[in-house]
Design a binder for this molecule. Structure first.
Ligand code: THU
Length: 133
């Protein structure tokens, strides 16, 4: 099984592929599935700013496309001294597949971790849609 440090290395290396010409803010992510596979992601910006895709969602889309829906750990890497939490949109996006994922954020001087359910305690739960039609 991979160590957090291995996932942090994947996230940091993937950060270097970030396409962030507008914000200059590079983010890398490593998403580990329940079966131990790791999918990487970086933020991909667009001249039409709202089309930007965060690193976490890039990784999640890659993992789901490859057939994975259960995630054990999500590690994100950013530049700067202090770790940042994933944005609300990414929390909601990953919460679609379960809120028991551990989230680690690695910065130059510190690492923080949270349980996804604590980052988004009121995630919109798609099960309510079953009663909507
Ligand atoms: N960004 C991420 O990749 N993940 C987050 O959780 C927050 C923000 C990216 C989006 C954009 O390219 C840049 O950081 C600045 O918002």
């Amino acid at each position: 099984m991979k160590q957090n440090a291995d996932l942090a290395t994947v996230a940091r290396e993937t950060l270097r592929n970030a396409y962030a010409p507008y914000s200059g803010y590079r983010v890398g992510a490593a998403l580990e599935t329940e079966s131990g596979e790791v999918f990487s992601g970086c933020n991909v910006e667009n001249a039409s700013y709202g089309l930007t895709i965060c690193a976490e969602r890039t990784a999640a889309v890659k993992a789901v496309s490859a057939g994975h829906r259960r995630f054990h750990r999500l590690v994100i890497a950013t530049e700067g001294d202090r770790p940042v939490a994933p944005c609300g949109a990414c929390c909601q996006f990953v919460a679609e597949f379960g809120v028991d994922t551990m989230v680690y954020s690695v910065a130059d001087k510190e690492t923080r971790s949270w349980l996804l359910r604590d980052l988004i305690p009121y995630a919109f739960d798609g099960r309510v849609l079953e009663k909507a039609t």
